[in-house]
Design a protein around this ligand. Sequence first.
Ligand code: FDM
Length: 212
Amino acid sequence: ALAVQRSLNSQLKFPCLDRCGKTSQCSRLVSYLEGQGQSAELWRFPDRSTSVGQMISSYLSNTSQLDDHTIHLLFSANRWEKRSLMETKLKTGTSLIVDRYSYSGVAFSSAKGLDFEWCKAPETGLLDPDLVVFLDISPEKAAERGGYGGERYEQIEFQRKVAKNYEVLRDASWKVVDACQPIEDVEKQLQEIVLDCVMSCQKGKPFSHLWS
Ligand code: FDM
Protein backbone atom coordinates (compact mmCIF):
# COMPACT_ATOMS: atom_id res chain seq x y z
CA ALA A 1 0.00 0.00 0.00
CA LEU A 2 2.85 2.31 0.74
CA ALA A 3 3.91 2.39 -2.88
CA VAL A 4 0.64 3.97 -3.94
CA GLN A 5 0.71 6.55 -1.16
CA ARG A 6 2.18 9.51 -2.90
CA SER A 7 3.54 12.38 -0.97
CA LEU A 8 2.26 14.97 -3.39
CA ASN A 9 3.84 17.59 -1.37
CA SER A 10 6.54 18.06 1.03
CA GLN A 11 6.94 18.46 4.70
CA LEU A 12 9.98 20.27 5.88
CA LYS A 13 11.17 20.18 9.43
CA PHE A 14 13.16 22.68 11.46
CA PRO A 15 14.77 21.30 14.58
CA CYS A 16 16.82 23.98 16.31
CA LEU A 17 18.08 25.59 19.45
CA ASP A 18 15.86 28.25 20.92
CA ARG A 19 16.39 31.80 19.58
CA CYS A 20 17.78 30.76 16.20
CA GLY A 21 15.03 32.63 14.32
CA LYS A 22 13.26 29.54 13.04
CA THR A 23 9.74 30.63 13.85
CA SER A 24 9.89 33.83 11.81
CA GLN A 25 11.80 32.07 9.03
CA CYS A 26 9.15 29.35 8.90
CA SER A 27 6.35 31.86 8.49
CA ARG A 28 8.30 33.79 5.85
CA LEU A 29 8.76 30.52 3.99
CA VAL A 30 5.06 29.82 3.92
CA SER A 31 4.40 33.27 2.43
CA TYR A 32 7.16 32.68 -0.09
CA LEU A 33 5.75 29.33 -1.18
CA GLU A 34 2.27 30.80 -1.49
CA GLY A 35 3.76 33.56 -3.62
CA GLN A 36 5.15 30.84 -5.86
CA GLY A 37 1.63 29.50 -6.32
CA GLN A 38 2.10 26.62 -3.88
CA SER A 39 -0.35 25.57 -1.23
CA ALA A 40 1.55 25.66 2.07
CA GLU A 41 0.82 25.68 5.78
CA LEU A 42 2.82 26.52 8.85
CA TRP A 43 2.70 23.87 11.56
CA ARG A 44 4.36 24.01 14.90
CA PHE A 45 5.23 21.49 17.59
CA PRO A 46 4.30 21.53 20.33
CA ASP A 47 0.83 22.32 18.99
CA ARG A 48 -0.47 24.05 22.11
CA SER A 49 -4.06 24.18 20.85
CA THR A 50 -4.96 20.58 21.73
CA SER A 51 -5.62 19.29 25.25
CA VAL A 52 -2.28 17.44 25.22
CA GLY A 53 -0.70 20.66 23.92
CA GLN A 54 -2.14 22.60 26.85
CA MET A 55 -0.54 20.19 29.31
CA ILE A 56 2.78 20.70 27.50
CA SER A 57 2.34 24.45 27.52
CA SER A 58 1.77 24.64 31.26
CA TYR A 59 4.79 22.38 31.79
CA LEU A 60 6.98 24.64 29.64
CA SER A 61 5.88 27.75 31.49
CA ASN A 62 6.68 26.00 34.78
CA THR A 63 3.04 26.13 35.82
CA SER A 64 3.01 22.37 36.21
CA GLN A 65 5.64 19.74 36.99
CA LEU A 66 5.84 16.39 35.20
CA ASP A 67 8.18 13.43 35.26
CA ASP A 68 10.72 13.63 32.40
CA HIS A 69 9.45 10.45 30.73
CA THR A 70 5.85 11.59 31.00
CA ILE A 71 6.44 14.95 29.31
CA HIS A 72 8.50 13.23 26.62
CA LEU A 73 5.57 10.95 25.81
CA LEU A 74 3.18 13.90 25.79
CA PHE A 75 5.33 15.72 23.22
CA SER A 76 5.26 12.54 21.16
CA ALA A 77 1.50 12.08 21.61
CA ASN A 78 1.08 15.67 20.43
CA ARG A 79 2.69 14.67 17.12
CA TRP A 80 0.71 11.43 16.90
CA GLU A 81 -2.59 13.25 17.34
CA LYS A 82 -1.75 15.31 14.24
CA ARG A 83 -0.34 12.47 12.17
CA SER A 84 -3.40 11.57 10.11
CA LEU A 85 -4.20 15.21 9.34
CA MET A 86 -0.60 15.64 8.27
CA GLU A 87 -0.94 12.75 5.86
CA THR A 88 -4.22 14.09 4.48
CA LYS A 89 -2.74 17.54 3.88
CA LEU A 90 0.27 16.14 2.09
CA LYS A 91 -1.83 13.84 -0.06
CA THR A 92 -4.02 16.72 -1.14
CA GLY A 93 -1.02 18.73 -2.25
CA THR A 94 -0.29 21.05 0.65
CA SER A 95 3.30 21.52 1.73
CA LEU A 96 3.86 21.65 5.46
CA ILE A 97 6.53 23.81 6.98
CA VAL A 98 6.92 22.36 10.44
CA ASP A 99 8.53 24.37 13.21
CA ARG A 100 10.11 21.56 15.30
CA TYR A 101 9.39 17.84 15.14
CA SER A 102 10.64 14.54 16.54
CA TYR A 103 14.27 15.68 16.43
CA SER A 104 13.54 18.36 19.00
CA GLY A 105 11.72 15.74 21.03
CA VAL A 106 14.79 13.52 21.21
CA ALA A 107 17.38 16.30 21.52
CA PHE A 108 15.63 18.05 24.40
CA SER A 109 14.51 15.01 26.40
CA SER A 110 17.84 13.22 26.14
CA ALA A 111 19.56 16.43 27.30
CA LYS A 112 17.87 15.70 30.65
CA GLY A 113 19.64 12.36 30.76
CA LEU A 114 16.96 10.11 29.31
CA ASP A 115 18.24 7.25 27.16
CA PHE A 116 18.60 8.31 23.53
CA GLU A 117 17.03 5.19 22.03
CA TRP A 118 14.20 5.28 24.55
CA CYS A 119 13.49 8.84 23.42
CA LYS A 120 13.42 7.82 19.76
CA ALA A 121 11.09 4.85 20.24
CA PRO A 122 7.69 6.60 20.52
CA GLU A 123 8.43 8.61 17.37
CA THR A 124 8.72 5.43 15.31
CA GLY A 125 6.13 5.37 12.55
CA LEU A 126 5.49 9.11 12.33
CA LEU A 127 5.90 10.57 8.84
CA ASP A 128 9.47 11.13 7.81
CA PRO A 129 10.07 14.68 6.59
CA ASP A 130 11.11 15.22 2.99
CA LEU A 131 13.67 17.70 4.19
CA VAL A 132 15.17 18.63 7.52
CA VAL A 133 16.73 22.08 7.82
CA PHE A 134 18.91 22.86 10.80
CA LEU A 135 19.38 26.54 11.58
CA ASP A 136 22.81 26.51 13.08
CA ILE A 137 23.65 28.85 15.95
CA SER A 138 25.86 28.34 18.97
CA PRO A 139 24.13 28.30 22.36
CA GLU A 140 26.21 31.37 23.29
CA LYS A 141 25.12 33.37 20.23
CA ALA A 142 21.50 32.33 20.76
CA ALA A 143 21.66 33.53 24.37
CA GLU A 144 23.14 36.88 23.24
CA ARG A 145 20.06 37.43 21.14
CA GLY A 146 18.15 37.67 24.36
CA GLY A 147 14.47 37.09 24.60
CA TYR A 148 14.92 33.94 26.63
CA GLY A 149 11.44 34.27 27.99
CA GLY A 150 11.84 32.22 31.12
CA GLU A 151 10.40 29.04 29.63
CA ARG A 152 11.77 25.91 31.22
CA TYR A 153 14.53 25.08 28.71
CA GLU A 154 15.83 28.56 28.02
CA GLN A 155 19.13 28.17 29.84
CA ILE A 156 22.53 28.09 28.23
CA GLU A 157 23.89 24.96 29.92
CA PHE A 158 20.86 22.99 28.90
CA GLN A 159 20.96 24.34 25.33
CA ARG A 160 24.60 23.20 25.08
CA LYS A 161 23.49 19.65 25.78
CA VAL A 162 20.68 19.95 23.27
CA ALA A 163 23.17 21.17 20.64
CA LYS A 164 25.32 18.09 21.22
CA ASN A 165 22.31 15.84 20.77
CA TYR A 166 21.39 17.47 17.47
CA GLU A 167 24.91 16.62 16.31
CA VAL A 168 24.23 12.97 17.09
CA LEU A 169 20.86 13.03 15.31
CA ARG A 170 22.09 14.94 12.28
CA ASP A 171 22.80 12.93 9.16
CA ALA A 172 24.08 13.80 5.71
CA SER A 173 20.58 14.51 4.42
CA TRP A 174 20.04 17.50 6.73
CA LYS A 175 20.57 20.93 5.25
CA VAL A 176 22.44 23.16 7.64
CA VAL A 177 22.00 26.91 7.34
CA ASP A 178 24.11 29.35 9.33
CA ALA A 179 21.57 31.23 11.43
CA CYS A 180 24.07 33.98 12.30
CA GLN A 181 23.94 35.48 8.83
CA PRO A 182 21.71 38.48 8.20
CA ILE A 183 18.05 37.47 8.28
CA GLU A 184 17.62 38.18 4.56
CA ASP A 185 20.51 35.87 3.66
CA VAL A 186 19.11 33.07 5.79
CA GLU A 187 15.74 33.67 4.14
CA LYS A 188 17.19 33.50 0.61
CA GLN A 189 19.03 30.26 1.29
CA LEU A 190 15.96 28.69 2.82
CA GLN A 191 13.84 29.70 -0.15
CA GLU A 192 16.18 27.97 -2.56
CA ILE A 193 16.52 24.79 -0.54
CA VAL A 194 12.83 24.52 0.18
CA LEU A 195 11.51 25.32 -3.30
CA ASP A 196 13.87 22.71 -4.66
CA CYS A 197 12.45 20.12 -2.28
CA VAL A 198 8.83 21.07 -2.96
CA MET A 199 9.39 20.75 -6.70
CA SER A 200 11.05 17.38 -6.42
CA CYS A 201 8.28 16.06 -4.15
CA GLN A 202 5.67 17.05 -6.72
CA LYS A 203 7.02 14.41 -9.03
CA GLY A 204 5.46 11.97 -6.58
CA LYS A 205 7.24 10.31 -3.77
CA PRO A 206 6.07 7.54 -1.44
CA PHE A 207 5.80 8.36 2.26
CA SER A 208 8.50 7.08 4.46
CA HIS A 209 8.46 6.81 8.22
CA LEU A 210 10.74 7.56 11.15
CA TRP A 211 13.39 6.40 11.71
CA SER A 212 14.41 5.43 8.23
N1 FDM B 1 10.45 20.73 22.80
C1 FDM B 1 9.78 20.80 21.64
C2 FDM B 1 10.68 19.52 23.44
O1 FDM B 1 11.29 19.46 24.51
N2 FDM B 1 10.21 18.38 22.86
C3 FDM B 1 9.53 18.39 21.68
O2 FDM B 1 9.12 17.32 21.18
C4 FDM B 1 9.31 19.66 21.04
C5 FDM B 1 8.56 19.72 19.76
O3 FDM B 1 9.74 22.78 23.74
F1 FDM B 1 12.33 24.50 24.22
C6 FDM B 1 10.88 21.98 23.47
C7 FDM B 1 11.78 22.85 22.65
C8 FDM B 1 11.49 24.23 23.17
C9 FDM B 1 10.08 24.15 23.73
O4 FDM B 1 9.34 25.02 21.64
C10 FDM B 1 9.05 24.92 22.97
P1 FDM B 1 9.23 26.45 20.90
O5 FDM B 1 9.69 26.15 19.49
O6 FDM B 1 10.15 27.38 21.63
O7 FDM B 1 7.78 26.83 21.01
